[in-house]
Design a protein around this ligand. Structure first.
Ligand code: URA
Length: 436
C-alpha cells in the first residue's frame, strides 16, 4: 500500500477499507508515515467525512496502536469523564477528585489544548512539578494508592491519538465528527475503564456549533463505547459562554481549587456535581442518583474533594502547597481591564472569540513545538444578562507581551456585546443520551 493512494482515495470522497485505515494508523505509530501525509489525510477526512464503519475502524485502529490497559487487579468499576472541548472547561480537575473522594476509581486520560479550547493536561502542568506522563506501572500504582490518576496519552496507551491530536491542533483539522469520535473513544477504551460519561458541548465555543451535529456526535460515541464494552452515556451541554470565569491554564487551576473549596462559580459547580454524580453511579458506589449526588455534595462541603486533589497532585510529583498559596502558580507580569463602553445588558460573551483571545496571549499553541505560557489568560467579570454601566469592568486580561495583548483585545472587543435587550440564554444541560 502507498500512503498517497489512501490520501487520494479519501480526497476523492471514497470510503476507506478497514485494512487501509489499520495500515495507515500502524504506519503513523511506527513513524513510517510522516506528519505531512498524516496531516493531508486528516484534512481529507475533515472535508469528506467518514461513514459509521470507517469511524469505528479508525477508533479501533487507534486503540490498537498501543495496549488496552488491564486494570482488573484494581477492585471496583473504573470510570472516567471526557468533554468534547470548550473554553474555560475545567470540570475534569474538579469532578475527578470529587468522584474519587466518593469511592469511584477514576483513571483519567485527558488531552492538551486543542484549537481555541484549553486542555486539562496543559492546565495540570501549570502546577509546578506535576507529571502527566506516567508509565503504565506508575499509572496503576497511582490509581491503587489514590483512586485517581490524571494522565496524557503515552507511547503505551493510545499513541496514535497522541500524534494525531498534536497535528490536528495546528492544521485546522479538529472539527470533524469521525476524528473527534476516534480521538476521544480510542483513549477512553484503551485506558481500561468500565464506565464513561461524555460532556458533549455545542455552541459558539464548541467544535460542534449546532445542536444537531453535537447530538449525532454524542450518539456515535455512546454506540462505539458500548460496542467496546464500556457503559457510556452523554450529556449535551451548551458552550456559548466560557465555563466559569477563568480562561487560561494557571488561572483555571485557581478556579478549580476555589470550586473545591465551595467558592467557585455556581454554574461550574453545578455541572461538576452533575458529572461527578454520574461517575459515582457508573462506578457502582450506589445505584441511586440522589444518593450519589448527596455523596458528591458532601465531598464538596467537607473538603474531601480538595484533599483528594491534594493527594493526586502529591502522587504525581506536583507541589500541593499551591492549594493554599496561589502565588506558587505561574503568574503573568501584567494586567489590563477591559471596561464597558456604554450602559446596557451583556448580550453576548462569545466563548469562541474569548478562547482565541486566550490563545493569542500565549495560552495555546500555533505550532506543534511551541511552548505555552501557563500564566496568561482572562478573568471574565460579568455573566450573560448582567446589567452594566459605562466603565464597568468586563474582563481582566493577564498578559506578558504588549503585541499579543493588542491582538487579544481586538478579539475581546468583538466577543462582548452590550446592548438594550436581555439575551435568550440556553440551559446549560440540553439533553442526556444513553442514561440508564
Ligand atoms: N477531546 C479529545 O480528546 N479529542 C478531540 O478531538 C476533541 C476533544
Amino acid at each position: 500500500m502507498l500512503a498517497v493512494d489512501i490520501i487520494k482515495k479519501k480526497r476523492d470522497g471514497l470510503a476507506l477499507s478497514r485494512g487501509e485505515i489499520e495500515w495507515f494508523v500502524a504506519g503513523l505509530t511506527t513513524g513510517a508515515i510522516p506528519d505531512y501525509q498524516a496531516s493531508a489525510l486528516l484534512m481529507a477526512i475533515v472535508i469528506r467525512g467518514m461513514n459509521a464503519e470507517e469511524t469505528a475502524a479508525l477508533t479501533d485502529a487507534m486503540v490498537r496502536s498501543g495496549i488496552r490497559a488491564d486494570l482488573s487487579d484494581i477492585s471496583g468499576r473504573k470510570v472516567d469523564k471526557h468533554s468534547t472541548g470548550g473554553v474555560g472547561d475545567k470540570t475534569s480537575i474538579v469532578l475527578a477528585p470529587l468522584a474519587a473522594a466518593c469511592g469511584a476509581i477514576v483513571p483519567m486520560m485527558s488531552g492538551r489544548g486543542l484549537g481555541h479550547t484549553g486542555g486539562t493536561l496543559d492546565k495540570l502542568e501549570s502546577i509546578p512539578g506535576f507529571r502527566i506522563a506516567l508509565s503504565f506501572d506508575e499509572y496503576k500504582a497511582a490509581l491503587k494508592e489514590v483512586g485517581c490518576a490524571l494522565i496524557g496519552q503515552t507511547s503505551e496507551i493510545a499513541p496514535a491519538d497522541k500524534t494525531l491530536y498534536a497535528l490536528r491542533d495546528v492544521t485546522a483539522t479538529i472539527e470533524s465528527l469521525p476524528l473527534i469520535t476516534a480521538s476521544i473513544m480510542s483513549k477512553k477504551i484503551a485506558e481500561g475503564i468500565d464506565g464513561l460519561v461524555l460532556d458533549v458541548t455545542t455552541g459558539r465555543g464548541a467544535f460542534m456549533k449546532h445542536e444537531d451535529e453535537a447530538r449525532v456526535l454524542a450518539q456515535t460515541m455512546v454506540t462505539i463505547g458500548r460496542q467496546a464494552g464500556v457503559r457510556t452515556e452523554a450529556i449535551l451541554t451548551t458552550m456559548d459562554t466560557p465555563r466559569g470565569r477563568a480562561v487560561g491554564n494557571a488561572l483555571e487551576i485557581v478556579e478549580c481549587v476555589e470550586t473545591l473549596k465551595g467558592r467557585g462559580p455556581k454554574d461550574l459547580e453545578r455541572l461538576c456535581v452533575l458529572l461527578a454524580t454520574r461517575l459515582v453511579v457508573l462506578a457502582g458506589v450506589t445505584d441511586s442518583s440522589d444518593a450519589a449526588e448527596r455523596q458528591v455534595q458532601r465531598a464538596l462541603t467537607s473538603g474531601a474533594g480538595l484533599e483528594k486533589l491534594r493527594a493526586i497532585i502529591t502522587r504525581q510529583g506536583g507541589d500541593p502547597t499551591i492549594l493554599d498559596d496561589y502565588r506558587r502558580l505561574p503568574s503573568a507580569p501584567h494586567r489590563r481591564v477591559l471596561h464597558a463602553s456604554a450602559d446596557g445588558v451583556v448580550m453576548r460573551l462569545d466563548a469562541g472569540l474569548i478562547g482565541r483571545a486566550s490563545m493569542t496571549l500565549g495560552a495555546g499553541r500555533a505550532t506543534v513545538d511551541e511552548t505555552i505560557d501557563a500564566s496568561v489568560g482572562l478573568l471574565v467579570e460579568v455573566r450573560l444578562g448582567d446589567r452594566v454601566q459605562k466603565g464597568h469592568p468586563l474582563i481582566e486580561v493577564h498578559y506578558r507581551d504588549a503585541d499579543r495583548l493588542d491582538a487579544a483585545l481586538a478579539l475581546l472587543e468583538q466577543a462582548i456585546v452590550i446592548g438594550g435587550e436581555a439575551p435568550v440564554a440556553r440551559p446549560l444541560v440540553l439533553e442526556t443520551i444513553g442514561f440508564e
